[in-house]
Design a protein around this ligand. Structure first.
Ligand SMILES: Nc1ncnc2c1ncn2[C@@H]1O[C@H](COP(=O)(O)OP(=O)(O)OP(=O)(O)O)[C@@H](O)[C@H]1O
Length: 707
């Protein structure tokens, strides 16, 4: 086992606070630079803003918050045409500012004034023809200008919570440290799992499985997690059923009458579990902003349960009265009357919240399973509540400080992490700052030195002190600290044809992955509906070589940045028009062969390419799904076309050079959709690599020669 290197908890927290501070600064300055150096039109073109909106309705939403519905201003809609909002990148759950739209002729100072007057909120729903926003401040005035626009803001809420958590950890007295904390900081080794773990008569070997289809690696991971005293890591490469395994684990723990807090870094990760637990009729509560929950999960959300419980009836009248008052504000021109209505609304909200709170407390205290995002677990509903186990899914996509939110604000004795440290870690913006790049260079040199003197090399992840970065997740740190004995790996994957699997398996998972029988030989031509056998449907993996001068990449800056002032540019986002045309051709071939558009996804790591592909494909192939950074979470598709975009004389591949990016995730929040049948890659630049030549293409990927 790796030698323990105990961590001094206060200095760990201090380092984390400094790292978080740098990260928040990087994030805020990026947004500030974007907003101050680009016109609303440029921001809209980059998908960060929507222009020319009007308020179409205002109502009281869950939790007594004001919901504003916005639609396109009729003046910008051509008569007889649909009032669809132009393509944009604003998604449910984003934080936005709703502002009066400055006239084109407005001076810079005037524009800034308008921005200051904006109201902040969370996007509740995005439809073709309108967008709904839940305003944050209860007394926020809805901007009343002629035309409005919304623009995406930095999300600093999670930082505030992480900061609060690390500050608390920094001040923790030694006597407050729990046995779990001692293990998490390497001051104690994990208690070895019961020696009877291998004993066939042990209760762990006589579990009654709810899911008879579990494979051996999944069963072993569950036994291990049940038998561990303080920590257990479940290592799940893509498609190996990590979440599937967690569901069975949760059911087994409930049989043991344990109380569980289940978290994940994103709402989608948590909702995924809620949806799957729901079919087992598990009584549970999902905490979180209703705007960010999947519709199918809302029935388990605290807000809805609060509305549908007995106490809810008491709240309805107050809600109705609030709606009427909201409506009357818009009709009132007189400032004094408006103030009066706001004051009345304030009182009503107070009453609303008090009633709501009473039933919330009862509901949460009575729940055996509570689910929330990591950040949401720090909310006041859970303060000091006792849980037997905290479970974190997608743990390798979470910052360590995020994982500490549930660990510090509730009382728990055991932690289970599920994740895959070989998929991309969370995106860290401060790593792109000059200082960070300089220190990264140093690390690279150091890394090389370590590589050369391999046997003496210390683990590159140290638990505290100078070498800690935000990129080091709790999952990484615990593995470096305690070694592989705290982990079990899931080895059978259920998503990919064997050929697609080979690249990640050989390159990252020591060739340990096994393709389940159900997927290992399946091809598009075998889909359960009529698909013709063609060159494209009988191959599980197709590479299109777009090498050479005909497929040049283009930097989006050339267009959007033109004429804009210095500072942050909207993007070094890239596009590749000829490649997009090739994607269209390939998708057309698949459709012609009979593959349904709904079964095809096109994904690309670059936003600019996504915009281009949307334009080219959406009309010709309705039903096809397109995704990039945050638009394509947790989906599975039968055929996935990956447009890699990069193609330049310098053979630069930018952020695609990161091996883990090709392994299933383009961004922390996004699952890559390696499909069961077909996986097509564009832009593999290699002279020997022809279409369908997977060996050469694999070699190209392996040597980093994508261009
Ligand atoms: N034992 C099993 N038998 C049959 N199908 C399974 C089994 N385990 C998992 N699957 C299927 O494999 C797919 C992947 O499962 P799941 O989403 O739980 O994996 P994951 O490892 O969490 O995925 P991701 O790569 O998205 O993190 C799902 O379609 C699931 O139903």
């Amino acid at each position: 086992m790796t030698k323990l290197s105990p961590t001094d908890i206060p200095s760990f927290a201090t380092t984390q606070l400094a790292l978080l501070d740098a990260e928040l600064k990087a994030e805020l300055s990026e947004t500030d630079a974007l907003l101050s150096s680009h016109t609303p039109t440029a921001l809209a073109r980059a998908g960060l803003a929507i222009l020319n909106l009007n308020v179409s309705s205002i109502r009281t939403g869950l939790g007594g918050k004001t919901v504003v519905e916005l639609a396109l201003d009729s003046a910008v809609v051509t008569k007889g045409e649909k009032a669809d909002i132009p393509e944009h990148g604003i998604r449910t759950g984003d934080i936005v500012s709703l502002q009066e739209q400055p006239a084109g002729s407005a001076k810079k100072t005037e524009k800034r004034e308008l921005v200051k007057k904006g109201a902040e909120g969370v996007v509740l729903r995005v439809r073709r023809e309108n967008v709904e926003i839940v305003l944050d401040k209860e007394d926020a005035d809805v901007p009343s200008g002629n035309k409005l626009w919304i623009v995406k803001l930095a999300n600093d809420v999670t930082y505030k919570r992480m900061n609060q958590t690390m500050s608390r950890l920094q001040k923790f007295q030694e006597q407050e440290h729990t046995p779990l904390m001692h293990v998490l900081f390497g001051q104690a080794s994990p208690t070895p799992p019961p020696s009877d773990n291998n004993d066939p008569s042990s209760p762990l070997h006589n579990l009654t499985w709810n899911d008879p289809s579990l494979n051996n690696s999944q069963k072993e991971a569950i036994r291990f997690a049940l038998g561990s005293r303080e920590i257990a890591c479940i290592w799940g490469p893509p498609g190996t059923g990590k979440t599937h395994t967690l569901i069975e684990l949760i059911l087994q723990m409930l049989k043991q009458n344990l109380r569980l807090l289940v978290c994940g870094p994103s709402n989608i990760a948590v909702d995924n579990i809620v949806e799957r637990l729901a079919s087992h009729k598990v009584p549970m509560i999902r905490l979180g902003h209703p705007a960010r929950l999947l519709p199918s999960v809302l029935n388990h959300s605290l807000d809805v349960l609060t509305r549908t419980s007995d106490a809810a009836a008491l709240v309805q009248d107050v809600r109705k009265e609030m709606d009427e008052k909201q409506g009357s504000i818009r009709k009132t021109r007189n400032a004094k009357e408006r103030r009066q209505v706001y004051a009345e609304l304030k009182d009503l909200r107070k009453e609303f919240r008090e009633r709501e709170r009473g039933c919330v407390d009862n509901l949460v205290k009575g729940s055996k399973v509570v689910l929330a995002t990591l950040h949401g677990a720090g909310g006041f509903h859970l303060r000091n509540q006792e849980f037997d186990v905290v479970i974190v899914d997608e743990a390798s996509q979470a910052l360590e400080a995020q994982c500490w939110v549930p660990l510090l604000w509730v009382k728990a004795t055991k932690l289970i992490l599920a994740g895959d440290h070989l998929q991309l870690p969370p995106t860290i913006k401060s790593l792109n700052s000059k200082e960070a790049k300089a220190s990264k260079k140093k690390d690279v040199k150091k890394g090389k030195a370590e590589e050369e003197g391999k046997n003496n090399a210390e683990p590159s992840v140290k638990p505290a002190g100078g070498s800690m970065t935000l990129e080091t997740t709790l999952f990484d740190r615990l593995l470096a600290l305690h070694g592989p004995s705290i982990q079990r790996m899931l080895t059978t994957q259920y998503r990919m044809h064997e050929t697609i699997m080979r690249f990640p398996s050989d390159q990252l998972y020591e060739s340990k992955l096994i393709a389940a029988d159900s997927v290992k030989e399946r091809l598009l031509k075998d889909l359960p509906y009529e698909v013709q056998e063609t060159d494209d449907t009988r191959e599980p993996l197709v590479f299109w070589d777009t090498q050479g001068g005909d497929f040049p990449e283009k930097t989006e800056d050339e267009e959007i940045g033109k004429g804009s002032s210095k500072g942050m540019s909207l993007g070094d986002s890239k596009s590749n028009e000829a490649e997009a045309a090739l994607v269209k051709l390939h998708v057309g071939n698949l459709i012609d062969a009979g593959v349904k558009a709904e079964d095809i996804a096109v994904i690309t790591p670059y936003n600019a390419q996504l915009a281009m592909l949307s334009q080219m494909l959406k009309e010709s192939f309705p039903g096809i799904e397109l995704g990039s950074v945050d638009g394509f979470q947790g989906r599975e598709k039968e055929a996935v076309v990956v447009s890699l975009v990069r193609s330049n004389a310098e053979h630069e591949v930018g952020f695609l050079g990161e091996k883990r990016r090709l392994n299933g995730k383009y961004e922390p929040s996004q699952h890559v959709l390696i499909n069961q049948y077909c996986y097509v890659m564009m832009a593999v630049n290699n002279e020997q690599c022809q279409r369908h030549d997977t060996h050469a293409a694999h070699d190209t990927l392996r040597t980093g020669g994508i261009a």
